[in-house]
Design a protein around this ligand. Structure first.
Ligand code: HEC
Length: 135
């Protein structure tokens, strides 16, 4: 009996942990960045970085976040290299946006590297999300 209770509570506990991992919304990720040393997040800083040009030395071309996501966040973008359509990032038209922590982390990492030429800091990532959240 004791064993069964122990087994059941292990199942319940792992279910709870699992649910928490899946719930992962943008605020959870932002708290994670704050725990990693970031301060308050600023949508206007996020917006400034979003449109700021960064010179890619190899191609000699300027890159910013709009290069793929387009100028209007409620509209689709187009991948600069593959030409693939990217669904709008704005949550006001795309409720699936900023709902998956793993996905956000993966793309923030890749896109910072490609666009800015380095990984972004916890503060920068949080600022980007603060800006995107309001769209
Ligand atoms: C080379 C093209 C490209 C550039 C430039 C780019 N992105 Fe992206 N981004 C993508 C693709 C592709 C995806 C994943 C597909 C999708 O979300 O539809 C994505 C997804 C994202 C997501 C995930 C959205 C979600 O719903 O979770 C975030 C956040 C993001 N990008 C932020 C940025 C930021 C910040 C920049 C500028 C530093 C940037 N992107 C520049 C191609 C790009």
């Amino acid at each position: 009996m004791k064993k069964l209770v122990l087994m059941l509570s292990t199942v319940v506990l792992s279910l709870a942990i699992n649910m928490q991992a899946q719930a992962g919304n943008v605020e959870t990720l932002q708290s994670e960045y704050q725990a990693a040393g970031a301060g308050n997040f600023s949508a206007s800083n996020g917006e400034k970085m979003w449109v700021k040009n960064n010179l890619d030395k190899k191609s000699g071309k300027q890159r910013n976040c709009q290069t793929c996501h387009g100028k209007v966040l409620t509209q689709s973008g187009k991948h600069a290299r593959t030409g693939k359509v990217i669904e709008p990032l704005a949550r006001s038209v795309n409720s699936e946006r900023l709902t998956d922590i793993k996905f956000m982390k993966k793309w923030l990492k890749r896109n910072c590297k490609w666009t800015i030429g380095r990984e972004c800091s916890a503060q920068e990532k949080g600022d980007f999300l603060e800006y995107l959240k309001g769209q």
